[in-house]
Design a protein around this ligand. Sequence first.
Ligand SMILES: NC(=O)c1ccc[n+]([C@@H]2O[C@H](COP(=O)([O-])OP(=O)(O)OC[C@H]3O[C@@H](n4cnc5c(N)ncnc54)[C@H](O)[C@@H]3O)[C@@H](O)[C@H]2O)c1
Length: 325
Amino acid sequence: MAILVTGGAGYIGSVMVDQLVEAGERVVVIDDVSRGHRAALDSAVPFYEGKVGDRELIGRVCREHGVEACVHFAALAYVGESVTDPKLYFENNVAEGLGLLDGLLAAGVGRFVFSSTCATYGEPVRVPIDESHPQSPVNPYGWSKFFVERILEAYDAAYGLRFVALRYFNASGATAKRGEHHEPETHLIPNVLGAAAGRLPFVSVFGADYPTPDGTCVRDYIHVTDLCSAHTLALSYLKRGGKSEFINLGNGHGYSVMEVIEAARRVTGREIEVRVEAARPGDPARLVADARKAREVLGWQTQYPELEAIVRTAWDWHQAHPQGY
Ligand SMILES: NC(=O)c1ccc[n+]([C@@H]2O[C@H](COP(=O)([O-])OP(=O)(O)OC[C@H]3O[C@@H](n4cnc5c(N)ncnc54)[C@H](O)[C@@H]3O)[C@@H](O)[C@H]2O)c1
Protein backbone atom coordinates (compact mmCIF):
# COMPACT_ATOMS: atom_id res chain seq x y z
CA MET A 1 0.00 0.00 0.00
CA ALA A 2 1.23 3.52 -0.71
CA ILE A 3 0.47 7.12 0.26
CA LEU A 4 -0.22 9.49 -2.63
CA VAL A 5 1.36 12.91 -2.02
CA THR A 6 0.14 15.59 -4.42
CA GLY A 7 2.36 18.65 -4.73
CA GLY A 8 5.29 16.57 -3.49
CA ALA A 9 7.77 18.62 -5.53
CA GLY A 10 6.80 21.75 -3.58
CA TYR A 11 8.18 23.21 -0.38
CA ILE A 12 6.07 21.41 2.23
CA GLY A 13 5.23 18.35 0.11
CA SER A 14 8.90 17.50 -0.46
CA VAL A 15 9.54 17.43 3.30
CA MET A 16 6.46 15.23 3.75
CA VAL A 17 7.77 12.76 1.16
CA ASP A 18 11.11 12.52 2.99
CA GLN A 19 9.38 11.98 6.35
CA LEU A 20 7.14 9.24 4.98
CA VAL A 21 10.03 7.48 3.24
CA GLU A 22 12.12 7.68 6.43
CA ALA A 23 9.19 6.16 8.35
CA GLY A 24 9.25 3.20 5.94
CA GLU A 25 6.08 4.14 4.02
CA ARG A 26 5.71 3.65 0.29
CA VAL A 27 5.04 6.98 -1.40
CA VAL A 28 3.97 8.09 -4.85
CA VAL A 29 3.97 11.72 -5.99
CA ILE A 30 1.87 13.64 -8.51
CA ASP A 31 2.95 17.21 -9.29
CA ASP A 32 2.68 19.29 -12.45
CA VAL A 33 5.91 21.10 -11.42
CA SER A 34 4.22 24.42 -12.28
CA ARG A 35 5.50 25.82 -8.98
CA GLY A 36 7.69 23.06 -7.60
CA HIS A 37 11.06 21.53 -8.41
CA ARG A 38 11.83 18.05 -9.68
CA ALA A 39 15.13 18.31 -7.78
CA ALA A 40 13.19 18.54 -4.51
CA LEU A 41 12.38 14.84 -4.86
CA ASP A 42 14.76 11.89 -4.61
CA SER A 43 14.87 10.04 -7.92
CA ALA A 44 13.92 6.78 -6.16
CA VAL A 45 10.44 8.14 -5.30
CA PRO A 46 7.83 7.21 -7.95
CA PHE A 47 6.87 10.49 -9.62
CA TYR A 48 4.13 11.34 -12.11
CA GLU A 49 4.21 14.75 -13.75
CA GLY A 50 0.59 15.73 -14.21
CA LYS A 51 -2.46 17.54 -12.90
CA VAL A 52 -4.31 16.37 -9.83
CA GLY A 53 -7.57 16.96 -11.70
CA ASP A 54 -6.66 14.27 -14.25
CA ARG A 55 -9.05 11.52 -13.09
CA GLU A 56 -7.55 8.91 -15.42
CA LEU A 57 -4.05 9.58 -14.07
CA ILE A 58 -5.27 9.43 -10.48
CA GLY A 59 -7.06 6.13 -11.11
CA ARG A 60 -4.00 4.63 -12.81
CA VAL A 61 -1.62 5.74 -10.04
CA CYS A 62 -3.97 4.41 -7.35
CA ARG A 63 -4.26 1.02 -9.07
CA GLU A 64 -0.57 0.67 -9.91
CA HIS A 65 0.66 1.64 -6.44
CA GLY A 66 -2.17 0.39 -4.22
CA VAL A 67 -2.83 3.87 -2.83
CA GLU A 68 -4.57 3.75 0.58
CA ALA A 69 -4.58 7.47 1.49
CA CYS A 70 -3.81 10.84 -0.05
CA VAL A 71 -2.07 13.93 1.34
CA HIS A 72 -3.11 16.81 -0.89
CA PHE A 73 -0.65 19.75 -0.97
CA ALA A 74 -0.98 20.65 -4.66
CA ALA A 75 -2.42 24.14 -4.99
CA LEU A 76 -1.60 27.65 -6.06
CA ALA A 77 -0.92 29.79 -3.02
CA TYR A 78 -0.26 33.44 -3.85
CA VAL A 79 -2.86 35.71 -2.28
CA GLY A 80 -2.11 38.63 -4.65
CA GLU A 81 -2.27 36.45 -7.76
CA SER A 82 -5.61 35.03 -6.57
CA VAL A 83 -7.03 38.57 -6.42
CA THR A 84 -5.94 39.44 -9.97
CA ASP A 85 -6.66 35.98 -11.44
CA PRO A 86 -9.39 34.30 -9.34
CA LYS A 87 -10.38 31.99 -12.23
CA LEU A 88 -6.93 30.39 -12.07
CA TYR A 89 -7.35 29.75 -8.35
CA PHE A 90 -10.86 28.34 -8.48
CA GLU A 91 -9.95 26.13 -11.44
CA ASN A 92 -6.67 24.89 -9.98
CA ASN A 93 -7.53 24.62 -6.31
CA VAL A 94 -11.26 23.75 -6.44
CA ALA A 95 -12.06 22.17 -9.84
CA GLU A 96 -8.79 20.20 -9.91
CA GLY A 97 -9.47 19.15 -6.32
CA LEU A 98 -12.86 17.78 -7.37
CA GLY A 99 -11.17 15.74 -10.10
CA LEU A 100 -8.72 14.36 -7.55
CA LEU A 101 -11.49 13.39 -5.14
CA ASP A 102 -13.46 11.71 -7.96
CA GLY A 103 -10.42 9.71 -8.99
CA LEU A 104 -9.66 8.68 -5.40
CA LEU A 105 -13.22 7.66 -4.56
CA ALA A 106 -13.54 5.70 -7.81
CA ALA A 107 -10.36 3.84 -6.82
CA GLY A 108 -11.74 3.17 -3.32
CA VAL A 109 -9.36 5.56 -1.51
CA GLY A 110 -11.30 6.99 1.42
CA ARG A 111 -8.70 8.74 3.60
CA PHE A 112 -7.57 12.27 2.80
CA VAL A 113 -5.35 14.87 4.48
CA PHE A 114 -5.83 18.38 3.12
CA SER A 115 -3.60 21.47 3.22
CA SER A 116 -5.95 24.20 4.34
CA THR A 117 -4.97 27.57 5.70
CA CYS A 118 -5.61 30.22 8.33
CA ALA A 119 -6.59 32.38 5.32
CA THR A 120 -10.00 30.67 5.55
CA TYR A 121 -10.67 32.66 8.74
CA GLY A 122 -10.21 36.08 7.13
CA GLU A 123 -9.97 39.11 9.43
CA PRO A 124 -9.90 37.65 12.97
CA VAL A 125 -12.56 38.66 15.45
CA ARG A 126 -10.53 37.07 18.29
CA VAL A 127 -6.94 35.95 18.71
CA PRO A 128 -5.65 33.28 19.28
CA ILE A 129 -7.80 31.74 16.58
CA ASP A 130 -9.37 28.38 17.36
CA GLU A 131 -11.12 26.10 14.89
CA SER A 132 -14.59 27.40 15.81
CA HIS A 133 -13.61 30.95 14.82
CA PRO A 134 -15.95 32.22 12.04
CA GLN A 135 -14.61 31.69 8.53
CA SER A 136 -14.90 34.62 6.16
CA PRO A 137 -11.96 34.68 3.74
CA VAL A 138 -10.86 38.04 2.33
CA ASN A 139 -9.32 36.80 -0.94
CA PRO A 140 -10.00 34.14 -3.62
CA TYR A 141 -7.09 31.99 -2.38
CA GLY A 142 -8.75 31.75 1.04
CA TRP A 143 -12.13 31.09 -0.58
CA SER A 144 -10.66 28.32 -2.75
CA LYS A 145 -9.50 26.48 0.38
CA PHE A 146 -12.78 27.23 2.18
CA PHE A 147 -14.75 25.69 -0.73
CA VAL A 148 -12.64 22.53 -0.68
CA GLU A 149 -13.28 22.24 3.07
CA ARG A 150 -17.06 22.37 2.42
CA ILE A 151 -16.74 19.81 -0.40
CA LEU A 152 -14.88 17.48 1.97
CA GLU A 153 -17.65 17.79 4.59
CA ALA A 154 -20.31 16.96 1.98
CA TYR A 155 -18.28 14.01 0.63
CA ASP A 156 -17.87 12.67 4.14
CA ALA A 157 -21.64 12.83 4.74
CA ALA A 158 -22.57 11.39 1.32
CA TYR A 159 -19.70 9.04 0.40
CA GLY A 160 -17.98 8.28 3.69
CA LEU A 161 -14.73 10.07 2.80
CA ARG A 162 -12.72 10.57 5.99
CA PHE A 163 -10.48 13.62 6.06
CA VAL A 164 -8.35 15.83 8.25
CA ALA A 165 -8.16 19.41 6.97
CA LEU A 166 -5.10 21.07 8.49
CA ARG A 167 -5.27 24.86 8.64
CA TYR A 168 -1.64 26.00 8.55
CA PHE A 169 -0.45 29.31 9.86
CA ASN A 170 2.96 30.42 8.43
CA ALA A 171 5.03 27.48 7.20
CA SER A 172 8.72 28.21 7.63
CA GLY A 173 12.19 26.74 8.10
CA ALA A 174 13.99 23.95 6.28
CA THR A 175 15.48 20.52 6.71
CA ALA A 176 19.07 19.69 5.75
CA LYS A 177 17.85 18.56 2.30
CA ARG A 178 14.75 20.64 1.57
CA GLY A 179 13.99 24.32 1.80
CA GLU A 180 11.77 27.09 0.56
CA HIS A 181 12.23 28.15 -3.06
CA HIS A 182 9.23 29.94 -4.54
CA GLU A 183 9.39 32.22 -7.58
CA PRO A 184 8.47 34.90 -6.85
CA GLU A 185 9.06 34.53 -3.12
CA THR A 186 6.44 36.32 -1.04
CA HIS A 187 7.18 34.75 2.35
CA LEU A 188 8.92 36.86 4.93
CA ILE A 189 11.69 34.59 6.23
CA PRO A 190 13.26 33.67 2.85
CA ASN A 191 13.10 37.31 1.80
CA VAL A 192 14.72 38.50 5.02
CA LEU A 193 17.45 35.89 4.51
CA GLY A 194 17.76 36.94 0.86
CA ALA A 195 18.51 40.46 2.10
CA ALA A 196 20.99 39.09 4.66
CA ALA A 197 22.76 37.14 1.90
CA GLY A 198 22.91 40.18 -0.38
CA ARG A 199 20.59 38.64 -3.00
CA LEU A 200 17.98 41.33 -2.24
CA PRO A 201 18.92 44.97 -1.60
CA PHE A 202 16.48 45.34 1.32
CA VAL A 203 13.43 43.78 2.93
CA SER A 204 10.05 45.48 2.66
CA VAL A 205 7.96 45.83 5.81
CA PHE A 206 4.33 46.41 4.90
CA GLY A 207 2.90 48.68 7.56
CA ALA A 208 4.50 49.84 10.82
CA ASP A 209 1.54 51.35 12.65
CA TYR A 210 -0.53 48.28 13.40
CA PRO A 211 -1.90 47.99 16.97
CA THR A 212 0.94 45.60 17.95
CA PRO A 213 3.87 46.25 20.35
CA ASP A 214 6.28 47.38 17.60
CA GLY A 215 3.65 48.36 15.00
CA THR A 216 4.40 45.51 12.57
CA CYS A 217 2.21 42.49 11.80
CA VAL A 218 2.33 39.49 14.12
CA ARG A 219 2.25 35.98 12.64
CA ASP A 220 2.55 32.41 13.92
CA TYR A 221 5.56 30.63 12.33
CA ILE A 222 5.52 26.87 12.28
CA HIS A 223 8.47 24.75 11.18
CA VAL A 224 7.94 22.62 8.09
CA THR A 225 9.15 19.50 9.95
CA ASP A 226 6.51 20.06 12.63
CA LEU A 227 3.84 20.67 9.99
CA CYS A 228 4.69 17.40 8.28
CA SER A 229 4.76 15.39 11.51
CA ALA A 230 1.16 16.53 12.08
CA HIS A 231 0.25 15.09 8.66
CA THR A 232 1.84 11.76 9.58
CA LEU A 233 -0.18 11.76 12.80
CA ALA A 234 -3.33 12.67 10.84
CA LEU A 235 -2.77 9.70 8.51
CA SER A 236 -2.44 7.36 11.53
CA TYR A 237 -5.51 8.92 13.15
CA LEU A 238 -7.60 8.28 10.03
CA LYS A 239 -6.23 4.75 9.70
CA ARG A 240 -7.38 4.06 13.29
CA GLY A 241 -10.89 5.11 12.21
CA GLY A 242 -10.80 8.71 13.47
CA LYS A 243 -13.64 10.95 12.32
CA SER A 244 -13.15 13.89 9.99
CA GLU A 245 -11.71 17.01 11.60
CA PHE A 246 -10.54 20.57 10.94
CA ILE A 247 -7.34 21.29 12.88
CA ASN A 248 -5.09 24.36 13.17
CA LEU A 249 -1.34 23.96 12.84
CA GLY A 250 0.62 26.74 14.50
CA ASN A 251 2.96 27.24 17.43
CA GLY A 252 0.48 29.38 19.32
CA HIS A 253 3.10 32.16 19.65
CA GLY A 254 3.10 35.30 17.57
CA TYR A 255 6.24 37.06 16.32
CA SER A 256 6.20 40.48 14.68
CA VAL A 257 7.85 41.21 11.34
CA MET A 258 10.52 43.22 13.18
CA GLU A 259 11.14 40.33 15.60
CA VAL A 260 11.72 38.05 12.59
CA ILE A 261 14.20 40.54 11.14
CA GLU A 262 15.98 40.85 14.51
CA ALA A 263 16.17 37.05 14.80
CA ALA A 264 17.63 36.88 11.28
CA ARG A 265 20.23 39.53 12.18
CA ARG A 266 21.30 37.44 15.20
CA VAL A 267 21.37 34.16 13.28
CA THR A 268 23.22 35.48 10.22
CA GLY A 269 25.36 38.16 11.86
CA ARG A 270 24.59 40.30 8.79
CA GLU A 271 23.13 43.73 8.19
CA ILE A 272 19.56 43.65 6.88
CA GLU A 273 18.22 46.87 5.42
CA VAL A 274 14.55 47.50 6.08
CA ARG A 275 12.17 49.69 4.07
CA VAL A 276 8.78 50.46 5.55
CA GLU A 277 6.06 50.50 2.91
CA ALA A 278 2.31 51.01 2.98
CA ALA A 279 0.24 48.36 4.77
CA ARG A 280 -1.39 45.92 2.35
CA PRO A 281 -5.18 45.78 2.30
CA GLY A 282 -6.52 42.63 3.93
CA ASP A 283 -3.37 42.00 6.01
CA PRO A 284 -4.63 41.52 9.60
CA ALA A 285 -2.57 42.86 12.53
CA ARG A 286 -2.30 39.50 14.34
CA LEU A 287 -2.77 35.92 13.15
CA VAL A 288 -1.93 33.45 15.91
CA ALA A 289 -3.24 29.91 16.24
CA ASP A 290 -4.90 28.28 19.16
CA ALA A 291 -3.21 24.96 18.41
CA ARG A 292 -4.52 22.91 21.34
CA LYS A 293 -6.77 20.73 19.21
CA ALA A 294 -3.80 19.34 17.24
CA ARG A 295 -2.23 18.23 20.52
CA GLU A 296 -5.48 16.83 21.91
CA VAL A 297 -6.75 14.98 18.81
CA LEU A 298 -3.50 14.03 17.08
CA GLY A 299 -1.06 13.99 20.02
CA TRP A 300 1.07 16.50 18.09
CA GLN A 301 4.20 17.97 19.67
CA THR A 302 6.38 20.57 18.03
CA GLN A 303 10.18 20.42 17.92
CA TYR A 304 10.66 24.05 16.90
CA PRO A 305 8.67 26.41 19.12
CA GLU A 306 11.41 29.09 18.96
CA LEU A 307 11.62 31.53 16.08
CA GLU A 308 15.41 31.74 16.14
CA ALA A 309 15.79 27.97 15.68
CA ILE A 310 13.35 28.09 12.75
CA VAL A 311 15.27 30.92 11.11
CA ARG A 312 18.56 29.10 11.65
CA THR A 313 17.35 26.02 9.73
CA ALA A 314 16.20 28.25 6.85
CA TRP A 315 19.53 30.12 6.83
CA ASP A 316 21.53 26.86 6.77
CA TRP A 317 19.53 25.68 3.75
CA HIS A 318 19.85 28.99 1.92
CA GLN A 319 23.60 29.03 2.56
CA ALA A 320 23.90 25.50 1.14
CA HIS A 321 21.59 26.31 -1.82
CA PRO A 322 22.23 29.97 -2.68
CA GLN A 323 20.36 29.68 -6.00
CA GLY A 324 17.62 27.40 -4.58
CA TYR A 325 17.05 24.08 -6.36
N1 LIG B 1 3.56 27.83 2.69
C1 LIG B 1 2.66 28.24 3.59
O1 LIG B 1 2.96 29.03 4.51
C2 LIG B 1 1.26 27.70 3.54
C3 LIG B 1 0.32 28.18 4.49
C4 LIG B 1 -0.97 27.67 4.44
C5 LIG B 1 -1.32 26.70 3.52
N2 LIG B 1 -0.40 26.28 2.61
C6 LIG B 1 -0.81 25.26 1.63
O2 LIG B 1 0.12 24.19 1.67
C7 LIG B 1 0.25 23.61 0.38
C8 LIG B 1 1.72 23.53 0.01
O3 LIG B 1 2.29 24.83 0.07
P1 LIG B 1 3.78 25.09 -0.42
O4 LIG B 1 4.25 26.34 0.21
O5 LIG B 1 4.55 23.83 -0.29
O6 LIG B 1 3.50 25.39 -1.97
P2 LIG B 1 4.41 25.05 -3.25
O7 LIG B 1 3.95 25.96 -4.34
O8 LIG B 1 5.84 25.04 -2.89
O9 LIG B 1 3.96 23.56 -3.60
C9 LIG B 1 2.77 23.26 -4.26
C10 LIG B 1 3.08 22.21 -5.31
O10 LIG B 1 1.85 21.84 -5.96
C11 LIG B 1 2.08 21.75 -7.37
N3 LIG B 1 0.77 21.99 -8.02
C12 LIG B 1 0.00 23.10 -7.96
N4 LIG B 1 -1.15 22.90 -8.62
C13 LIG B 1 -1.11 21.63 -9.11
C14 LIG B 1 -2.01 20.84 -9.87
N5 LIG B 1 -3.20 21.30 -10.26
N6 LIG B 1 -1.64 19.56 -10.19
C15 LIG B 1 -0.43 19.06 -9.79
N7 LIG B 1 0.44 19.77 -9.07
C16 LIG B 1 0.12 21.05 -8.73
C17 LIG B 1 3.15 22.80 -7.66
O11 LIG B 1 3.88 22.53 -8.84
C18 LIG B 1 4.02 22.71 -6.40
O12 LIG B 1 5.08 21.77 -6.57
C19 LIG B 1 -0.60 24.45 -0.56
O13 LIG B 1 -1.85 23.79 -0.72
C20 LIG B 1 -0.78 25.75 0.20
O14 LIG B 1 -1.98 26.38 -0.15
C21 LIG B 1 0.88 26.75 2.59
